[in-house]
Design a binder for this molecule. Sequence first.
Ligand SMILES: Cc1cc2nc3c(=O)[nH]c(=O)nc-3n(C[C@H](O)[C@H](O)[C@H](O)COP(=O)(O)O)c2cc1C
Length: 221
Amino acid sequence: MRQSTRRAVAELNAQREYTQDASDAVALLARTSHASAFAPGALPPMALRRIAEAGRLAPSLYNTQPVRFVIVRDRAAYAKLRAGCNKSRDTFMKARGVFATLNKRLKNPAFVRGLERQRAGDVLPEHGYAIVTLHDDRLTESVEAASCALMAMQLEATALGLASALCSWTRGLSFQKEMVAMLGVPAGYKPFTSLIVGAPLAPLVPSEKQRRPFDDAVTWL
Ligand SMILES: Cc1cc2nc3c(=O)[nH]c(=O)nc-3n(C[C@H](O)[C@H](O)[C@H](O)COP(=O)(O)O)c2cc1C
């Protein structure tokens, strides 16, 4: 094979590998669905470590790394975390009117519908393992960095065949002294949204996502 042909074939193969990687991310997202329940039992060895590793490797502005992770796998600690999240929810629900006056975004219909679904019951599913992200509130874009880490971790959980759920109620834990102590939140940091993972009740399969149509969501220039 001539040198130039070899180079062209290598380039094509590289392109194909790239395309496969890109569609793998889409395929993982199609299998990721919000779990409201998990099967009881232990996770595969190293699963939680691998998921947290995905979070650790996620990007941040100027590599400031303003995100830390607390893996709550101990059953007693997870039970306390569940109680803490329910308390966050109950406190928010009580003062909801005041918050909504201050923050107009809380009147968004989709948000209100979601809130109504979580009005009662446990906000964290039973049999879960939590990875609470903490973000350094003193650094710019720490919320974005924490969000990147959460998405990376959720994709890794799906790649491992685990069910997962995101829970924002852990953000309210910064107002609960005993939760801050249990999680060992460093000075300047705040609990952010958490990823809850667990054994799936059924194998994860691709499903249609309820999202706005592509041409509505995406503009080409
Ligand atoms: C940042 C973030 C925080 C979320 N927090 C919660 C939450 O506290 N409670 C909840 O029921 N769902 C929460 N969700 C899940 C969403 O409400 C929604 O159910 C889920 O993203 C739908 O996923 P799917 O359409 O891909 O299955 C959160 C999602 C994101 C992205």
